[in-house]
Write a protein that binds this ligand. Structure first.
Ligand code: AMP
Ligand code: MG
Length: 338
């Protein structure tokens, strides 16, 4: 499930200037993934509790699977009544809604019924029948999600609809975690939320971190390249993150609500670099479903946003801001252009 890794060159002089070895803590029971917080300076341990508690609260509010979450409450009231939610949840749902509109439904916050049909997040995923897919199709209409700023409420017009924040909530958690770390006065840290990377500052020596772009071939490990970042988030959507096999075919977890099937394009993965981890998360999912050409066009609408697209032909496409700084690390892949 790990998506991206940090390439930290812990060199022979790591013991100089304090230590380059981080003070790290890991949790493997939050947001369905492994979360590692690494602080590259002296710090008191309360920072870790503050970060993990905040992420836990986000999960309790936004999980589609926890029966008491705010998202579950919205689903339970679908077709009946609006549900008032916390500021956090409303913000994330609004971002997800706007991304759905902007991407023409490539990102679709109302994709919940389809995700459930495929059992994506369960131990027993399966390929649904065409009839089952057709049956949920009218429940996937993001235009039938009504948001009211006045009372921060969310209303799903049809019974059976549900919102799924799986493509954005982890990104939001990264922003919240980064903010907490900075509020503790920390200037150098790396947060890894199941492969969503948030960097706080640069390395202790002032240089950029190098974040690895994970090899997107399912079942393989390692990195195909790396990019330099400072105070940025790097998030990847890829076919290798979660998938299952059935009847000799492989099915991954990013669905196209227009076909009802896993998004089928020429892409293995899309990574987005942004100041905001929420933005990076929502935009990678949208770009992945849009495909190489439309995804690249779509991202042009967002400032300070760079991306790495990797195709099934092992070709790497970079946005202009990464052209000179991307370092290839796997010669089966080649950088072919914009
Ligand atoms: P990500 O890895 O950020 O691309 O998010 C994938 C997760 O978001 C899946 O596990 C689903 O819970 C959900 N999801 C799947 N397809 C979509 C989609 N087209 N739009 C929005 N969320 C999706
Ligand atoms: Mg995403």
């Amino acid at each position: 499930m790990t998506i991206l890794g940090i390439l930290l060159s812990v060199s022979g002089c790591a013991h100089q200037a304090g230590s380059q070895l981080p003070n790290s803590q890991v949790r493997d029971n939050l947001l369905g993934t492994v979360i590692t917080v690494s602080i590259y300076e002296e710090t008191d341990d309360s920072i870790f509790d503050d970060v993990f508690n905040a992420i836990s609260l986000i999960e309790q509010r936004m999980s589609a699977n926890l029966p008491d979450s705010e998202v579950a409450g919205i689903t339970a009231a679908a077709g009946k009544s609006p549900v008032m939610v916390s500021e956090d949840t409303f913000y994330v749902i609004k971002q997800a809604y706007e991304t759905s509109i902007a991407s023409g439904g490539a990102f679709n916050l109302a994709i919940g019924p389809l995700v459930r049909l495929w059992g994506i997040a369960t131990e027993a995923p399966r390929v649904p029948s065409q009839a089952e897919i057709e049956h949920v199709q009218n429940l996937l209409d993001y235009n039938a999600v009504r948001l009211s700023d006045d009372d921060r409420s969310v209303f799903l017009e049809l019974e059976g609809m549900s919102v799924d924040l799986g493509a954005i909530a982890k990104g939001y958690a990264g922003d919240v975690a980064g903010k907490i770390v900075r509020e503790h006065g920390v200037g150098h840290a790396i947060l890894d939320l199941g492969g969503n990377i948030v960097t706080v500052g640069g390395r202790p020596d002032g240089t950029d971190w190098r974040v690895g772009i994970k090899n997107p071939i399912a079942g393989e490990q390692g990195y195909i390249g790396s990019i330099p970042v400072k105070d940025k988030a790097v998030v990847t959507s890829g076919i290798y993150e979660r998938y299952f096999e059935s009847g000799g075919d492989t099915y991954h977890h990013i669905l196209d609500s227009k076909t009802g099937y896993p998004s089928c394009s020429e892409l293995l993965s899309v990574s987005v670099v942004s100041n905001s981890s929420t933005d990076a998360d929502r935009l990678t999912t949208a770009a992945f479903v849009l495909g190489l050409e439309d995804g690249m066009d779509f991202l042009k609408g967002y400032k300070n946003t760079e991306a790495v697209f990797v195709t099934t032909d092992f070709e790497i496409y970079l946005t202009p801001g990464l052209k000179d700084s991307f370092k290839l690390a796997d010669d089966r892949f080649r950088v072919v252009g914009e």
